[in-house]
Design a protein around this ligand. Sequence first.
Ligand SMILES: O=C(O)CCC(=O)C(=O)O
Ligand SMILES: [Fe+2]
Length: 366
Amino acid sequence: MSSNETFSEIEEAPTYEPSIPVPNVQELVRKDPLQVPQRYVRDMEDRPNDTDMSHLSSLIPIIDMSLLLMGNEDELNKLDLACQEWGFFQLVNHGVPNEVLQKMKDSAAEFFDLPLEEKNKYAMPSNDVQGYGHAYVVSEEQILDWSDALILVVHPSHYRKLDFWPKSPKGLKEIIEEYSNAIQKVGIELLQLLSHIMGMEKEALLKLHKQLVQAYRVNYYPPCSKPDQVIGVSPHSDSGTIAILMQEDYISGLQIQHKGEWVPVDPIPNALVVNVGDVIEMWSNGKYKSIIHRAVTNTEKARISYASFLYPHDEAEIEPLDRMLSPQSPQRMYKRVKFGEYLRNSLKMKMEGKAHTKMARIDTIA
Ligand SMILES: O=C(O)CCC(=O)C(=O)O
Ligand SMILES: [Fe+2]
C-alpha cells in the first residue's frame, strides 16, 4: 500500500503519554456490586439524565458499504451528509464476516472473565498507554470513568508491543490480528470514499497519513448500581482520522451529541459504527464533524465495545486542505499541527469534550 511505503520497517515503535494507574473497576464491582466510590461520582451537570432519547437513535444514518463500493450516487451523498450533519453513521454490508465479529467478541469476553492476576500480566505500565488499564488519567483529583480497557497499537505490525497482547485465552491474539486486518480494509475503503466525496483522487487521504497507524481499544464497562451518577467513558471526540466501533448486539451505552441532545447509538446487530475524527474535521476545514460522544452504564449487564482508531504517522502535518476552502468557508479554522504533537497533547489531558482540539483551532470568535 502506497501510504505504508514512506517509512521503513526498522523505524522504532512510538511511545505515548503515560496515564496514572487507578483501581480496576470490574474488580471493584466484583467485590461489592453496590459500591460507587466518590472518585467516580460526577458533578450534577455532568450526570447522564434519564430522559429517554432512544426514539432519536433511528435517525442516525445507516450506510450500505456494498452500495458505496459500487459507486451508488445516492449512497455517496448519504455518506457526505452523514459526515456533515452527524459525524457518525452505522455501516452495514461492510464485508467483515459475522464469524470474525463473533469470534472477536467471544474471545475478548473470555479475557475479561479471567482473574485479575491473569489480566494484570498485561497491565499498562506507568510510562505507557498500551496494555490493560486506563488511559487519560492525568491527576489524582480527576473523576474516573466506570470502565477498564485493553489498548494496543496494531498497525503497522512493527509498532506492536507483543508483551501486551494477551496469551490467554488461547486464540485471542490471532483474532485481534484477524479482526484488525479486516477493519483496516474497511478503513482504507472508507478513506478512499472520503477522498472521492472531497473531490480528490482515491488515494489522496491515505497518502496524507504518510503511514496509516491503527490502535485498538477494547472497553469493558461493568454494571453499575448507580448508572445515573457515573459515566463509562467521558465525553470526548476521537483525535485520529476515523474510528470504527463494534458494539455488543443488544446492550446500549454509546451516546453522541447532536443538536444539544445526547442521542443513543443503539446497536444494529453486526453493523459497525463509524465516526469522523478530529483529523478529518481539520482536513475538511470543519465541513465534516468530529462529534463529542460518551458511554453510559446500566445496572444489569457488563458491556464491551471494540474501538479501532485509524490515524496518521507522528510526522504527518495536518491542516485544512486548500480545496476545502470555499466561498462558504473561506477562512482556515485550523492551524497546521504535527499529528504526533496533537495526539500527545490530547493524551496528556483528561477527556473533556473537545478541549484537546484547542491547540489546532484558530478561534475566529473573540
Ligand atoms: O463504548 C463506546 O461505545 C464508545 C467508546 C469510545 O468512544 C472510545 O473508545 O473512544
Ligand atoms: Fe471515542
